[in-house]
Ligand binder design. Structure first.
Ligand code: FES
Ligand code: FE
Length: 452
């Protein structure tokens, strides 16, 4: 059935026009309507732990310098010299009080990018240059959640807390479950010929693919471990049709995870025995920080709209940097808990890299599928037949505990519908006033707070 003209996302029938992955005009519109307005995850406090540390990051295609100034405050500025537009910072990260442009030497401070030195200010500019207003362009808003740093170019954007809304109830169960939170290692970076939305859509909670896409890797892994072929692999998957796993959408963010029964032990998605023991050992601390209800939820995977994702079983967090309709620069970090022993951090890093990451056994299966799915959008004939996101449509429920739009079952497409509904809201509105935000309803019973 073709999608109604002009409507890219058909939520009634669960259909998606394939040109959203291939059309250059859509891509340009995404940069403008989504990546200059949404809160974007740009880094983590652990990447800039000391005064004057910096980390080179991106907001969409815009290069951005994330800094911690001498007083400990965080800043994010467009990495563009105000003279001819040269990139001021070329290093991935480092420590510097000031950044000197390599072209003509204009120099900017790390505390918000003030222009602190201009060669020839008196001799060539006659002292007439408006130095005060020629600092680096700062983001409109910057805030942190559980150590993760977010920024937006839009001064009208709601607070980060409202933007995340009840999604925090879910992400807390990993990001905020221990004192001190997470520390990030990386990123590994690589470019894949796919559209940024395809991996964001997969990480939104596509458990449906796991037993098929990762079948050969699972068999190989089971053989090495001496387990029967088809034993669950360490990819965070549960049985493809388990009804005690849920898909959830909140404000365009999405996740999939298991809600344990009262008194039931939390499920273990890691097959590494050291990491399983570690998880059991932190249960009491988790209960204290999350409270008795929230602690029952174990996330598998999720996407924070638009382009940040996480996968707990492999301890990876991601940024899908858009680089054109057919190109995505993947940034993959390993996330370890700051309070964990060094041996646990090492085991976590190793387990993560074996599964996911540029040479990870499971990562490669995914990339190949994403590339081919997006390539279909190039074909005019293929575009006449919409992509389907209708699994489980109409079976969403109001859950008595879990906030947001919830659908029982580890395989459903409620998460993709949430993601693309949000995509369309951003793409078809010109102001934040027209983008709906679900009110926050989640209850927090533990000691964890929004920022730590
Ligand atoms: Fe940076 Fe000229 S472009 S100083
Ligand atoms: Fe996968």
């Amino acid at each position: 059935m073709p999608i109604e003209t002009g409507k890219m996302v058909d939520l009634v029938h669960g259909l998606l026009d394939r040109s959203v992955f291939s059309d250059q005009a859509f891509y340009q519109q995404e940069l403008e309507k989504i990546f200059t307005r949404a809160w974007l995850w740009i880094g983590h406090e652990s990447l800039v732990p000391n005064p004057n540390d910096f980390f080179s990051t991106y907001m969409g295609e815009d290069p951005v310098i994330l800094t911690r100034d001498a007083h400990g405050n965080l800043h994010a500025m467009l990495n563009m010299c105000r003279h001819r537009g040269n990139r001021v910072v070329r290093a991935d990260d480092g420590n510097a009080k000031n950044f000197m442009c390599t072209y003509h030497g204009w120099t900017y401070s790390s505390d918000g990018g003030k222009l602190v030195s201009v060669p020839g200010l008196q001799e060539a500019y006659y002292g007439e240059l408006d130095v005060e207003h020629l600092g680096l362009i700062e983001v409109a808003q910057l805030d942190t959640y559980a150590g993760f740093i977010f920024a937006t170019w839009d001064p009208e954007a709601p607070s980060l807390e409202d933007y995340l809304g009840d999604m925090r109830w879910y992400t807390d169960t990993w990001f905020n479950r221990r004192e001190g939170g997470l520390e990030l290692v990386g990123p590994m970076k690589w470019v894949i010929p796919t559209n940024w939305k395809m991996p964001a859509d997969n990480f939104a909670g596509d458990n449906y693919h796991v037993s098929i896409t990762h079948r050969s890797a699972s068999i190989a892994q089971a053989r090495v471990r001496g387990q029967p072929a088809g034993a669950p692999a360490n990819t965070g998957q549960v049985s493809a049709f388990n009804r005690r796993t849920f898909g959830i959408g909140v404000n365009g963010h999405s996740t999939s995870g298991r809600m344990a029964e009262l008194g039931e032990e939390a499920p273990q998605f890691s097959s590494d025995s050291i990491l399983r023991q570690y998880r059991q050992g932190i249960q009491a601390e988790m209960e204290r920080r999350l409270g008795p209800t929230q602690v029952r939820f174990t996330p598998i995977v999720g996407t924070i709209f638009p382009n940040a994702s996480f996968l707990l079983s492999s301890n990876t967090v991601r940024i899908w940097n858009p680089r054109g309709p057919y190109s995505t620069e993947v940034w993959s970090f390993v996330a370890v808990e700051r309070a964990a022993a060094e041996a646990i951090k090492k085991a976590t890093r190793l387990a993560s890299l074996l599964q996911f990451g540029i040479s990870g056994m499971f990562e490669q299966d995914d990339m190949d599928n994403w590339n081919a799915c997006v390539a279909a959008g190039k074909s005019l004939t293929a575009r006449r037949f919409p992509q389907r996101i209708d699994m489980g449509i109409g079976h969403e429920i109001k859950h008595e505990i879990m906030p947001g739009m919830v659908e029982p079952g580890s395989s459903n497409e409620v998460v993709q519908r949430a993601f693309y509904a949000r995509w369309e809201e951003f793409m078809t509105t010109s102001s934040w006033a027209d983008i709906p935000l679900a009110p926050q309803t989640a209850q927090y019973e533990g000691t964890a707070t929004f920022r730590s």
